[in-house]
Design a protein around this ligand. Structure first.
Ligand SMILES: [Zn+2]
Length: 221
């Protein structure tokens, strides 16, 4: 059976971004794109780059991996990620690379719960060091705290791995690429930024969601 919800969505998308006179956003993007960012994120539908960064079509290259886990660089493994990084960074010259992990991550939960499905376990165990470090720090009694800590440590580990990919390393050395690690908290609606030098996270300042619907306060002169 055809997924009708997607067909309906496609028709809304088409109506919004295509115009008969060729001036729609997608009409113009059909002539070429030059995105400045590349985001690696989880398969979780709440953490898509277009969603989290409120991006219209054509702005962000994306690569999707369960848990936003990036394994250590190995020339023979991860050919898809290597190809995506090479294309976005060296061919299309993006200036910003973002690794976007998120809270309540099913991939991290699978890692913590020792999922027996080998197809999933084989992948999430790439982040096994994050799990053992979190368990050593917190123990196993508070499942929610352990999940949150493992998400932080997994992103930190993946971020450091990403910096060792030759295409990333070279572009950074040449000063043409910034690399950022963000943890998106789905419940709170916040972004926590990873600082690799200090090995800490800082929450980005964001206006409260309601502010955009309020008039700004009048300033007394
Ligand atoms: Zn996830």
């Amino acid at each position: 059976m055809r997924p009708q919800r997607l067909v309906d969505g496609f028709n809304r998308f088409r109506a919004r971004y295509y115009k008969p006179d060729g001036t729609g956003l997608m009409n113009r993007l059909a002539k070429g794109i030059s995105p400045d960012s590349f985001v690696i994120h989880c398969i979780d539908p709440r953490s898509g780059a277009g969603t989290v960064f409120d991006a219209p079509p054509g702005q962000i290259f994306t690569h999707v991996q369960m848990g936003a886990i990036v394994p250590p660089y190995n020339a023979q493994k991860m050919p898809s990620l290597n190809a995506s990084l090479a294309y976005a960074i060296d061919v299309k010259k993006v200036r910003h690379l973002v690794l976007l992990a998120h809270s309540d991550c099913g991939g991290i939960a699978a890692l913590l719960n020792d999922m027996t499905d080998k197809r999933i376990a084989d992948w999430v165990e790439t982040a096994a060091k994050a799990k053992s470090a979190a368990e050593n720090k917190l123990g196993k009694s508070d499942a929610a705290a352990l999940q949150a800590e493992t998400e932080k440590l997994s992103l930190a580990m993946s971020f450091k791995n990403l910096l060792e990919y030759p295409v990333v390393k070279q572009a950074m050395a040449e000063g043409r690429l910034s690399v950022t690690g963000w943890l998106f908290n789905v419940e709170k609606g916040t972004l926590q930024e990873y600082d690799a030098a200090k090995d800490t996270y800082t929450t980005l300042p964001s206006p409260a969601p309601a502010h955009r619907f309020h008039r700004p306060p009048k300033h007394k002169m």
